[in-house]
Design a protein around this ligand. Structure first.
Ligand code: SF4
Ligand code: SF4
Length: 426
């Protein structure tokens, strides 16, 4: 049962046993389906020919702009192009790469030159780094931070949703490299204030500090409040009181370090594979374009799943087919026997959704106005402030999917106001 707090809620953690296990590299699938979309969001055209052999990390498509590239996540043969429906991207053309067995990564380290902010941002664009927290290009976020007066970067490893432990797994395994990437991000953003945030109990937090004692100043680590969505209290750090907090994904920080140190594009990600149908829940590192089914088979299925969700339980999407590819931004996969969905009842006006909303919205009121087609009044309720965290639906005793309604209002981008005309009373 949830416990209401002023901002966000306490939810049970379902991360074990995946969060206790090291990250493993998944064996290559027979084929990868790589979306032909560059890190800057531009649609790309293949530059490699059909049946051509492509090497891991080679450019296979370009948007024609200075930073718009798609890289091959593995060596193999480019078999062609196919349009795939992806719940996060819609109908998207993908390059099909028949994977070849490759030797272990032998990467040459590029000497870490003292790069300028602009050079780091350009590299983040060019190497296609997407921040897994929000699906935004890392370069765009860093450019925005640079314009802020007093930015504080937090590499957010809180994994505040119930199942996911991929951020923690990355910090636990590659914390020193995440830290180096975060420092590069701080140069790009023009700030000396940066932290790594985690959600851990006292003992595990002490273990983390001890593990990285030589590599990372302990004051860099901060603890999230343990609620969902997570927040960090920087109040005791006086000089950071009026800071603009910018959260970065720990995988994006790691990718930035690898882009600078090894000239490596972002070609893979760490995904938590879990749920009551998964026999061996764990965090796996998979190349982009790997079909979801391949990850599930690798971790083993004890039962055929009724639901497969990309993302976590609070914000994830149920998918119809497990052959969709892993793309940047997917950090968790859940395979479930069934999803308990109590029957919905009318709103009783209890206000729990409003009390729990960290964006301080009135979700029930947005839902009511949408349902009653009072579109002209919706804009006063600022649905655009909703980040889709799903807390309002989670706490609703009537079992209403309030978040879905708020998102409907948000994503209409004002179109429904135009449709009916401001001032129409219906
Ligand atoms: S989904 Fe939106 S409206 Fe609902 S609690 Fe989260 S931010 Fe608030
Ligand atoms: S939590 Fe549910 S029942 Fe309560 S006010 Fe919000 S929508 Fe209505």
């Amino acid at each position: 049962m949830s416990k209401l707090t002023k901002t966000g809620i306490k939810i049970p953690s379902l991360k074990q046993p995946a969060d206790q296990r090291p990250v493993v590299d998944i064996p290559l699938p027979s084929r990868l389906f790589v979306p032909l979309i560059a890190g800057d969001g531009g649609a790309c055209q293949l530059i490699a020919n059909e049946n051509e052999t492509v090497q891991k990390c080679a450019v296979i498509a370009t948007s024609g702009t200075a930073n718009g590239f798609v890289y091959s996540p593995a060596s193999g043969v480019l078999e062609g192009r196919q349009t795939v429906f992806h719940p996060l991207l819609g109908n998207v053309p993908c390059a099909i790469i028949k994977c070849a067995k490759t030797k272990a990564d032998t990467r040459k380290k590029v000497p870490l030159a003292s790069l300028s902010s602009e050079e780091i941002i350009n590299l983040a664009f060019k190497k296609g780094i997407i921040d897994e927290l929000d699906g935004q290009p890392l370069a765009k976020k860093l450019s925005a931070c640079r314009k802020s007066k007093n930015p504080v970067l937090i590499a957010d490893g809180s994994d505040s949703e119930p199942y996911s432990s991929s951020s923690w797994a990355v910090i636990n395994q590659w914390g020193g490299l995440v830290y180096k990437g975060l420092k590069l991000a701080a140069i790009a953003a023009g700030t000396k204030n940066y932290k790594i945030g985690v959600t851990l109990d006292k003992n595990r937090f002490a273990g983390l500090l001890e593990k990285y004692r030589q590599a990372i100043n302990p004051s860099v680590f901060i603890k999230a409040d343990g609620k969902y969505p997570a927040s960090y209290d920087l109040g005791n750090l006086k000089h950071l009181k009026k800071a603009d907090i910018c959260r970065l994904g720990v995988q994006a920080c790691l990718a930035l370090y690898e882009a600078v140190a090894f000239n490596r594009p972002q070609i893979d990600c760490v995904v938590t594979v879990t749920g009551d149908c998964v026999s061996n829940p764990r965090n796996v590192r998979a190349p982009f374009g790997t079909p979801v089914e391949h990850l599930l088979n690798f971790c083993g299925l004890s039962d055929p799943p009724e639901y497969v969700i990309i993302g976590d339980a609070m914000t994830g999407l149920a998918i119809q087919s497990p052959d969709i590819p892993i793309v940047p931004g997917i950090t968790c996969l859940i395979a479930m026997k069934n999803r308990v969905q109590p029957p919905a009842h009318p709103c009783i006006g209890c206000g729990r959704c409003a009390a729990a909303c960290h964006a301080k919205l009135l979700p029930y009121e947005i839902m009511r106005r949408l349902d009653n087609m009072q579109y002209e009044r919706l804009d006063y309720l600022l649905p655009e402030e909703c980040d889709g965290c799903g807390v309002c639906s989670y706490v609703c005793p009537s079992g209403l999917d309030v978040a879905d309604k708020v998102l409907e209002a948000r994503d209409s981008l004002g179109n429904i106001f135009m449709k009916w005309g401001v001032g129409d009373e219906l």
